[in-house]
Design a protein around this ligand. Structure first.
Ligand code: UT7
Length: 331
């Protein structure tokens, strides 16, 4: 790889299951209301995968759309990274299943577990493989079926999540275009505020020692909320500063879609106009690793991102983890 090449995003795609679960449906399942969910989170409905549809199925469909958008064949792909916390199996990785489904026989494939930050972590890893010249291109996918691990009796969490997948094809492009910088971070000491136990014997033993791990999705919402607003602001400023840009240079921010109040709070602190902040949480809820790539696909296809735009993707989630990426867009 010669100097002066970046990894550019040359194709995007997404797929969400057909089944819609509205807030009114949830009113019949737990003690909640459409009014509470909309005012506290911004969510109106979410998509739910049926019992025979898994993360690898959603990821494959999103990847096929991204490949089509990039005008590339599956056999050309050299690396597949799937960001997920709801893979079909512990092994094989969802990425290996996607490789097989696509017929991407020349690709190395592995998963990343960084919860809602997973897609940005994936961009960070894949773009560095491309910059070093190790791989010419990569497929980065964020995919989740959170509905399969949701405690449908816990109103604190069951109203928040949804299923879906989004994908991006990365390829070497000439600077100054492409991914200009990524920033990722972790604070494991805060891991207990958002947990999902593994379904294995080790997890059962761990749960006996520490009851906080012994549930389905469990979250201290307020702790995550405070962390989220702060870290979104910091991670956005940090990744822009890495490439000597400021918030005033930003054309579009694609934030993780966890709560409109978190997004609005971060946007206000960044002094960003609403038109520069993409949201689609109303329709999909929080899709964890799939939130940012689905939002990116919709923003691009909706004509909201133009060539030469400076775009930041920023997320936070279980771990706790966070990540941001700044892109000078060219397609
Ligand atoms: O993707 C990354 C991870 N997740 C997040 O980013 C989520 C971050 N946190 C949040 O978005 C918010 O904290 C929540 C939306 C989860 C909760 O909003 P909140 O304003 O922090 O509400 P709260 O937890 O303080 O609860 C307020 C009240 C409580 O009742 P009391 O104790 O005041 O009587 C809850 O029991 O709302 C109650 N409540 C509900 N009421 C109706 C909690 N969930 C519901 C519900 N429907 N679904």
């Amino acid at each position: 790889m010669s100097a002066g090449k970046n990894a550019g995003i040359v194709g995007v795609g997404s797929y969400v299951p057909e089944k819609i679960l509205t807030n009114y449906d949830l009113e019949r399942m737990v003690e909640t209301s459409n009014e509470w969910i909309v005012t506290r989170t911004g969510i109106e409905q979410r998509r739910i995968a049926d019992e025979n549809t898994f993360v690898s199925d959603l990821a494959t469909k999103a990847a096929q759309r991204a490949l089509e958008d990039a005008g590339m064949q599956a056999e050309e792909i050299e690396l597949i990274v799937v960001a997920t916390i709801t893979a079909d199996m512990s092994s094989p990785a969802a990425a290996c299943m996607v490789q097989h489904n696509l017929g991407a026989v020349n690709a190395v494939a592995f998963d990343i577990n960084a919860a809602c930050s997973g897609f940005v972590y994936g961009l960070s890893v894949a773009s560095q493989f491309i910059q070093t010249g190790c791989y010419k291109n990569a497929l980065v996918i964020g995919a989740e079926t959170l509905s399969k691990i949701t405690n449908w009796k816990d109103r604190n969490t069951c109203v928040l999540f949804g299923d879906g997948a989004g994908a991006a094809v990365l390829k070497a492009v000439e600077a100054p275009y492409g991914i200009l910088s990524t920033h990722t971070g972790t604070n494991g000491s805060m891991g207990k505020v958002l947990t999902i136990p593994a379904l294995n014997l080790a997890a059962e033993e761990l749960a006996k020692r520490d009851q906080e791990y012994a549930r389905t999705i469990w979250m201290d919402g307020q702790e995550v909320f405070k962390f989220a607003v702060k870290i979104m602001v910091e991670a956005t400023k940090r990744v822009l500063a890495d490439v000597h840009l400021g918030v005033e240079d930003l054309d579009m921010i694609i934030p993780h879609q966890a709560n409109t109040r978190i997004i609005d709070g971060a946007a206000k602190r960044l002094k960003l106009n609403k038109e520069k902040v993409f949201t689609n949480i109303q329709q999909y809820g929080n899709m964890s690793a799939a939130s940012i790539p689905v939002a990116l696909d919709e923003a691009v296809k909706g004509g909201l991102i133009q060539n030469d735009d400076i775009v930041v993707m920023v997320g936070f989630g279980g771990g706790l983890t966070w990540g941001s990426a700044v892109v000078k867009w060219q397609k």
